[in-house]
Design a protein around this ligand. Structure first.
Ligand code: NAD
Length: 261
C-alpha cells in the first residue's frame, strides 16, 4: 500500500470521478475526507464502505464549494482529524449547456465558483502545511475543455482553462518543497455529469439522445469509447507516488485521442 500514512481530501467525491479517486487512494492506504452533495444515507453508505473495505479512516465533510470559508474549514478540520492534509484533489464540478446569449448569469457565477475558484481556496488552505512538511500532492480535475473548446459551454471551458493556469502557477510556487501540482484532463467519462447534460444538448442542437451520444460526445473521442472513472483514478494514484515526484505543472490528457486532433 503505497499511500499508507497519507491523508487526502477529495472534493466532489460523493459521485463519479471523485468517488473513484477516494476509493483508489483508500485502497492504497490513505485516510480520506469525502465531500459533495447527495442523499445523506447514500453518502454514509459510501463512507462506511471505504472504511470497511480498505481499513482506513474516512470522514465526510459537507462543505459547499461555492463558499470559501467552508472550503478553508474543511481543510482545517481534516488537518485536525488526521494530523495533516498530504493529498488534495480538487474535483468538484458542474456543467451547464446553453448558447452564450442565453447563458444564465447565475450559472456562469456558479460554474466559475465550483469548477475554478474552489480549487484556489483549497490550495490556498492546504499549501502551507504541505510546504512545511516538505511533501504534498495536489491534483486538479481539469478536462479536455482545458485545452480545446466546444460550443455552448462558455463557463465550463473558461473555468477549465483557468484550472490549467492555476495548476502551473501553484506548481512553480511549491516546486522546491516536495509538493507537486498537476491536472488531469479527461475526455468524456461516463458519469452522472455527462448523463445530465444530454437533455440540454438535445435541446440546444435539436438532436435525439442517441445522436448526442454518438455524434456529439463520442464524436470528439477517436477511440469511440468513454474513459472510465477507474482509469482516471489510477492516474491520480500514480501522480501521488514517488515515481511521479518530477511531474509537476503538467496537464495530463486521458481523452481517447480527442485533443490530438
Ligand atoms: P459528478 O456529477 O458525478 O460529480 C460531481 C461531484 O461534485 C459530486 O460529488 C457533487 O456532489 C459535487 N458537487 C457539485 N457541486 C458541489 C458544490 N457546490 N460543493 C461541493 N460539491 C459539489 O461529475 P463527474 O463527471 O464525476 O465530474 C467530476 C469532475 O470531473 C468535474 O470537475 C468535471 O468537470 C470533471 N470532468 C468530467 C468529465 C466527464 O466526462 N464526466 C470529463 C472531464 C472532466
Amino acid at each position: 500500500m503505497s499511500l499508507a500514512n497519507r491523508n487526502a481530501v477529495v472534493t466532489g467525491s460523493t459521485s463519479g470521478i471523485g468517488l473513484a479517486y477516494a476509493r483508489a487512494l483508500a485502497k492504497e492506504g490513505a485516510n480520506v475526507v469525502i465531500n459533495g452533495f447527495g442523499v445523506a444515507a447514500d453518502i454514509e453508505k459510501e463512507r462506511a464502505a471505504i472504511e470497511a473495505e480498505f481499513k482506513v479512516k474516512c470522514l465526510y465533510d459537507a462543505a459547499d464549494m461555492t463558499k470559501p470559508d467552508q472550503i478553508a474549514a474543511m481543510i482545517a478540520n481534516a488537518e485536525k482529524a488526521f494530523g495533516s492534509v498530504d493529498i488534495l484533489i480538487n474535483n468538484a464540478g458542474i456543467q451547464f449547456v446553453a448558447p452564450i446569449e442565453d447563458f444564465p448569469v447565475e450559472k456562469w457565477d456558479q460554474i466559475i465558483a465550483i469548477n475554478l475558484s474552489s480549487a484556489f481556496h483549497g490550495i490556498r488552505a492546504a499549501a502551507r502545511g504541505m510546504k512545511t512538511r516538505k511533501w504534498g500532492r495536489i491534483i486538479n480535475t481539469a478536462s479536455a475543455h482545458s485545452l480545446v473548446a466546444s460550443p455552448f459551454k462558455s463557463a465550463y471551458v473558461a473555468a477549465k482553462h483557468g484550472i490549467a493556469g492555476l495548476t502551473k502557477t501553484a506548481a512553480l510556487e511549491t516546486a522546491t518543497f516536495g509538493v507537486t501540482v498537476n491536472c488531469i484532463s479527461p475526455g468524456y467519462v461516463w458519469t452522472p455529469l455527462v448523463e445530465k447534460q444530454i437533455p440540454d444538448t438535445m435541446k440546444a442542437r435539436n438532436m435525439t439522445r442517441e445522436q448526442v451520444m454518438h455524434d456529439v460526445l463520442l464524436a470528439a473521442q477517436p477511440t469511440k469509447q468513454f474513459v472510465t472513472v477507474e482509469q482516471v483514478a489510477a492516474l491520480a494514484v500514480f501522480l501521488c507516488s514517488d515515481a511521479a515526484a518530477q511531474i509537476t505543472g503538467a496537464n495530463i490528457s486521458m481523452d481517447g485521442g480527442w485533443t490530438a486532433e
